[in-house]
Design a protein around this ligand. Structure first.
Ligand code: GLY
Length: 257
Protein backbone atom coordinates (compact mmCIF):
# COMPACT_ATOMS: atom_id res chain seq x y z
CA UNK A 1 0.00 0.00 0.00
CA UNK A 2 1.15 3.55 -0.71
CA UNK A 3 0.48 6.10 2.01
CA UNK A 4 0.47 9.87 1.42
CA UNK A 5 0.47 12.20 4.42
CA UNK A 6 -0.86 15.64 3.58
CA UNK A 7 -1.95 18.67 5.56
CA UNK A 8 -4.66 21.20 4.77
CA UNK A 9 -3.27 24.63 3.85
CA UNK A 10 -3.13 27.21 6.64
CA UNK A 11 -5.32 30.30 6.50
CA UNK A 12 -2.04 32.15 7.12
CA UNK A 13 -0.43 30.74 3.91
CA UNK A 14 0.01 34.31 2.66
CA UNK A 15 2.62 34.87 5.41
CA UNK A 16 4.78 31.97 4.23
CA UNK A 17 8.56 32.01 3.88
CA UNK A 18 9.78 33.25 0.49
CA UNK A 19 13.38 33.02 -0.72
CA UNK A 20 13.55 33.09 -4.53
CA UNK A 21 9.96 34.03 -5.35
CA UNK A 22 8.55 37.56 -5.30
CA UNK A 23 5.56 38.06 -2.99
CA UNK A 24 2.15 37.90 -4.66
CA UNK A 25 -1.31 37.87 -3.08
CA UNK A 26 -2.41 34.31 -2.30
CA UNK A 27 -6.08 33.33 -2.60
CA UNK A 28 -6.44 31.00 0.39
CA UNK A 29 -9.90 29.75 -0.63
CA UNK A 30 -8.47 28.80 -4.01
CA UNK A 31 -5.49 27.16 -2.27
CA UNK A 32 -7.95 24.98 -0.30
CA UNK A 33 -9.79 23.99 -3.48
CA UNK A 34 -6.53 23.23 -5.29
CA UNK A 35 -5.36 21.16 -2.33
CA UNK A 36 -8.52 19.05 -2.58
CA UNK A 37 -7.70 18.40 -6.26
CA UNK A 38 -4.14 17.46 -5.29
CA UNK A 39 -5.46 14.97 -2.73
CA UNK A 40 -7.82 13.56 -5.37
CA UNK A 41 -4.82 13.13 -7.69
CA UNK A 42 -2.98 11.21 -4.96
CA UNK A 43 -5.99 8.92 -4.55
CA UNK A 44 -6.26 8.47 -8.33
CA UNK A 45 -2.60 7.48 -8.35
CA UNK A 46 -3.26 4.78 -5.77
CA UNK A 47 -2.41 6.39 -2.44
CA UNK A 48 -4.25 6.05 0.83
CA UNK A 49 -4.23 9.65 2.06
CA UNK A 50 -3.74 10.56 5.71
CA UNK A 51 -4.99 14.15 5.81
CA UNK A 52 -3.89 16.23 8.80
CA UNK A 53 -5.79 19.31 9.94
CA UNK A 54 -4.41 22.75 9.10
CA UNK A 55 -1.99 24.46 11.48
CA UNK A 56 -3.46 27.99 11.43
CA UNK A 57 -0.39 29.65 12.97
CA UNK A 58 2.19 27.86 10.79
CA UNK A 59 1.96 29.40 7.30
CA UNK A 60 4.12 26.80 5.54
CA UNK A 61 2.69 23.72 7.25
CA UNK A 62 1.02 22.47 4.06
CA UNK A 63 4.54 21.67 2.81
CA UNK A 64 4.81 18.45 4.83
CA UNK A 65 7.63 17.05 2.70
CA UNK A 66 10.12 19.30 4.45
CA UNK A 67 9.48 17.81 7.88
CA UNK A 68 10.60 14.21 7.35
CA UNK A 69 12.68 11.85 5.25
CA UNK A 70 10.94 8.49 5.01
CA UNK A 71 12.73 5.42 3.69
CA UNK A 72 11.56 1.83 3.92
CA UNK A 73 13.30 1.16 7.22
CA UNK A 74 12.96 4.44 9.08
CA UNK A 75 11.35 7.90 9.21
CA UNK A 76 13.72 10.72 10.11
CA UNK A 77 12.14 13.90 11.40
CA UNK A 78 14.00 16.92 10.13
CA UNK A 79 15.09 20.18 11.69
CA UNK A 80 13.85 22.63 9.04
CA UNK A 81 16.20 25.39 7.97
CA UNK A 82 13.66 28.18 8.55
CA UNK A 83 13.04 28.85 12.26
CA UNK A 84 9.38 29.58 11.53
CA UNK A 85 8.95 25.98 10.32
CA UNK A 86 10.41 23.98 13.20
CA UNK A 87 7.06 23.69 15.01
CA UNK A 88 5.65 21.79 12.02
CA UNK A 89 7.64 18.68 12.80
CA UNK A 90 6.16 17.10 15.95
CA UNK A 91 2.67 16.49 14.56
CA UNK A 92 4.24 14.78 11.53
CA UNK A 93 6.12 12.50 13.92
CA UNK A 94 2.78 11.51 15.47
CA UNK A 95 1.32 10.81 12.01
CA UNK A 96 4.34 8.71 10.96
CA UNK A 97 4.62 6.70 14.18
CA UNK A 98 2.09 4.00 13.17
CA UNK A 99 4.12 3.30 10.03
CA UNK A 100 7.82 3.60 10.86
CA UNK A 101 10.40 3.64 13.58
CA UNK A 102 11.15 7.33 14.15
CA UNK A 103 14.55 9.05 14.34
CA UNK A 104 15.26 12.77 14.47
CA UNK A 105 17.94 15.17 13.26
CA UNK A 106 19.38 17.34 16.02
CA UNK A 107 21.23 20.68 16.15
CA UNK A 108 23.38 21.86 14.49
CA UNK A 109 21.82 19.96 11.58
CA UNK A 110 19.25 21.77 9.46
CA UNK A 111 17.47 20.03 6.63
CA UNK A 112 14.32 20.48 4.55
CA UNK A 113 12.96 17.29 3.00
CA UNK A 114 12.67 19.19 -0.29
CA UNK A 115 16.43 18.92 -0.46
CA UNK A 116 16.42 15.12 -0.45
CA UNK A 117 16.20 13.21 -3.73
CA UNK A 118 16.07 9.47 -3.07
CA UNK A 119 17.22 7.26 -5.96
CA UNK A 120 17.85 3.57 -5.31
CA UNK A 121 20.18 3.25 -2.33
CA UNK A 122 21.43 6.85 -2.62
CA UNK A 123 20.00 9.98 -1.05
CA UNK A 124 21.17 13.09 -2.88
CA UNK A 125 21.00 16.04 -0.51
CA UNK A 126 20.95 19.61 -1.79
CA UNK A 127 23.32 22.01 -0.09
CA UNK A 128 21.11 25.08 0.20
CA UNK A 129 20.33 27.84 2.66
CA UNK A 130 17.98 25.36 4.38
CA UNK A 131 20.17 22.26 4.53
CA UNK A 132 23.69 21.90 5.88
CA UNK A 133 26.58 19.47 5.97
CA UNK A 134 25.83 18.48 9.58
CA UNK A 135 22.48 17.13 8.38
CA UNK A 136 24.25 15.06 5.71
CA UNK A 137 26.56 13.63 8.38
CA UNK A 138 23.62 12.72 10.64
CA UNK A 139 21.74 11.13 7.72
CA UNK A 140 24.84 9.04 6.96
CA UNK A 141 24.95 7.87 10.56
CA UNK A 142 21.25 6.93 10.56
CA UNK A 143 20.99 5.42 7.07
CA UNK A 144 24.44 3.93 6.50
CA UNK A 145 23.57 0.83 8.55
CA UNK A 146 20.72 0.14 6.11
CA UNK A 147 23.04 0.35 3.10
CA UNK A 148 22.19 3.88 1.94
CA UNK A 149 24.77 6.40 0.84
CA UNK A 150 24.25 10.14 1.22
CA UNK A 151 25.71 12.49 -1.41
CA UNK A 152 25.83 16.23 -0.90
CA UNK A 153 24.98 18.22 -4.07
CA UNK A 154 25.42 21.99 -4.53
CA UNK A 155 22.31 23.87 -5.65
CA UNK A 156 22.15 27.49 -6.81
CA UNK A 157 19.33 29.91 -7.55
CA UNK A 158 16.39 28.01 -6.06
CA UNK A 159 14.99 26.95 -2.70
CA UNK A 160 15.55 23.20 -2.73
CA UNK A 161 17.28 20.45 -4.70
CA UNK A 162 13.86 19.23 -5.80
CA UNK A 163 13.08 22.71 -7.16
CA UNK A 164 15.84 21.89 -9.65
CA UNK A 165 15.42 18.17 -10.32
CA UNK A 166 13.03 15.30 -9.59
CA UNK A 167 12.82 11.66 -10.63
CA UNK A 168 10.08 10.85 -13.15
CA UNK A 169 10.87 7.17 -13.82
CA UNK A 170 13.61 4.70 -12.99
CA UNK A 171 16.78 6.23 -14.44
CA UNK A 172 15.02 9.37 -15.72
CA UNK A 173 15.13 12.86 -14.18
CA UNK A 174 13.36 16.11 -15.08
CA UNK A 175 15.82 18.93 -14.43
CA UNK A 176 16.82 22.54 -14.85
CA UNK A 177 20.56 22.19 -15.44
CA UNK A 178 21.13 25.87 -14.64
CA UNK A 179 20.39 25.13 -10.99
CA UNK A 180 22.17 21.84 -10.36
CA UNK A 181 25.01 19.83 -11.88
CA UNK A 182 23.05 16.81 -13.12
CA UNK A 183 26.32 14.97 -13.69
CA UNK A 184 26.42 14.40 -9.93
CA UNK A 185 23.15 12.49 -9.90
CA UNK A 186 24.20 8.99 -10.85
CA UNK A 187 24.14 9.06 -14.65
CA UNK A 188 20.37 9.19 -15.18
CA UNK A 189 18.82 10.23 -18.51
CA UNK A 190 17.82 13.89 -18.26
CA UNK A 191 14.70 15.52 -19.65
CA UNK A 192 15.29 19.27 -19.57
CA UNK A 193 12.61 21.73 -18.55
CA UNK A 194 11.63 24.18 -21.26
CA UNK A 195 13.93 27.23 -21.08
CA UNK A 196 10.87 29.49 -20.66
CA UNK A 197 9.77 27.49 -17.59
CA UNK A 198 12.76 27.42 -15.22
CA UNK A 199 10.64 26.37 -12.20
CA UNK A 200 9.05 23.38 -13.96
CA UNK A 201 11.31 20.58 -12.71
CA UNK A 202 9.23 19.48 -9.72
CA UNK A 203 7.09 16.41 -10.40
CA UNK A 204 5.56 14.04 -7.88
CA UNK A 205 6.09 10.49 -9.11
CA UNK A 206 3.71 7.84 -7.76
CA UNK A 207 4.76 4.56 -9.37
CA UNK A 208 4.21 5.06 -13.10
CA UNK A 209 2.05 8.18 -12.68
CA UNK A 210 3.23 11.78 -12.44
CA UNK A 211 1.36 14.57 -10.67
CA UNK A 212 2.28 17.81 -12.38
CA UNK A 213 1.10 21.43 -12.32
CA UNK A 214 -0.90 22.72 -15.26
CA UNK A 215 1.05 26.01 -15.43
CA UNK A 216 4.05 24.60 -17.34
CA UNK A 217 2.58 23.55 -20.73
CA UNK A 218 5.88 23.62 -22.62
CA UNK A 219 7.60 21.26 -20.21
CA UNK A 220 4.40 19.19 -19.96
CA UNK A 221 4.71 18.61 -23.73
CA UNK A 222 8.11 17.03 -23.07
CA UNK A 223 6.39 14.49 -20.78
CA UNK A 224 4.12 13.16 -23.55
CA UNK A 225 5.40 9.60 -23.04
CA UNK A 226 4.40 9.61 -19.37
CA UNK A 227 1.10 9.12 -17.56
CA UNK A 228 0.55 12.62 -16.18
CA UNK A 229 -2.22 13.82 -13.85
CA UNK A 230 -2.36 17.62 -14.12
CA UNK A 231 -3.43 19.77 -11.20
CA UNK A 232 -3.85 23.51 -10.83
CA UNK A 233 -1.35 24.55 -8.15
CA UNK A 234 -1.04 28.30 -8.72
CA UNK A 235 -1.42 29.24 -5.03
CA UNK A 236 1.18 26.88 -3.55
CA UNK A 237 3.55 27.87 -6.34
CA UNK A 238 3.13 31.53 -5.27
CA UNK A 239 4.08 30.27 -1.78
CA UNK A 240 7.29 28.79 -3.21
CA UNK A 241 5.88 25.30 -2.98
CA UNK A 242 5.51 22.59 -5.60
CA UNK A 243 4.14 19.10 -6.18
CA UNK A 244 6.45 17.04 -4.00
CA UNK A 245 6.28 19.56 -1.13
CA UNK A 246 2.63 18.87 -0.32
CA UNK A 247 2.88 15.20 0.62
CA UNK A 248 5.04 12.54 2.22
CA UNK A 249 4.56 9.39 0.15
CA UNK A 250 5.86 6.00 1.25
CA UNK A 251 5.01 2.33 1.21
CA UNK A 252 3.54 0.94 4.37
CA UNK A 253 0.67 -0.18 6.44
CA UNK A 254 -0.36 0.75 9.92
CA UNK A 255 1.49 -1.25 12.51
CA UNK A 256 3.91 -2.54 9.90
CA UNK A 257 6.93 -1.58 11.95
N1 GLY B 1 7.37 28.74 1.40
C1 GLY B 1 8.10 27.55 1.34
C2 GLY B 1 9.30 27.63 2.21
O1 GLY B 1 9.95 28.63 2.13
O2 GLY B 1 9.61 26.81 2.99
Amino acid sequence: MLVAITREPSASLGRCELSFVAPQPIDVALAFAQHRSYVAALVAAGCEVVSLPAEPELPDAVFVEDTAVVVDELAILTRPGALSRRAEVDSIGVALAPFRRIARLIAPATLDGGDVLWIGRTLYVGRTARTNEAACEQLRGLLGPFGYSVESVPVTGCLHLKSAVTAIADGVLLANRALVDVGRLGGARIIDVDPDEPHAANVLRIGARLIYPSCYPRTRARLADFDVIEVDASEVIKAEGAMTCCSLVFTGQRGGL
